[in-house]
Design a protein. Structure first.
Length: 64
């Protein structure tokens, strides 16, 4: 389970949800994948970049 509050861009993608609610890793991956055009890549922290890389390795071959 992933805590969106720890990842600024993921938190922004969840603008219409309770960011205090943990989400499954596959759901986080799907959110990044579907909404990548809205992610401000200049705001990605090192930790969030690693999260995205790990999610892509586990759930798909998406080029971010």
């Amino acid at each position: 389970m992933i805590d969106p509050a720890e990842f600024p861009e993921l938190q922004a993608l969840l603008w219409n949800r309770d960011v205090a609610r943990l989400i499954p890793a596959n759901e986080a991956f799907a959110l990044y994948e579907r909404n990548w055009r809205f992610v401000d890549q200049t705001r990605l922290t090192t930790r969030e970049k690693l999260l995205i890389q790990n999610l892509a390795r586990e759930f798909g071959q998406v080029s971010f």
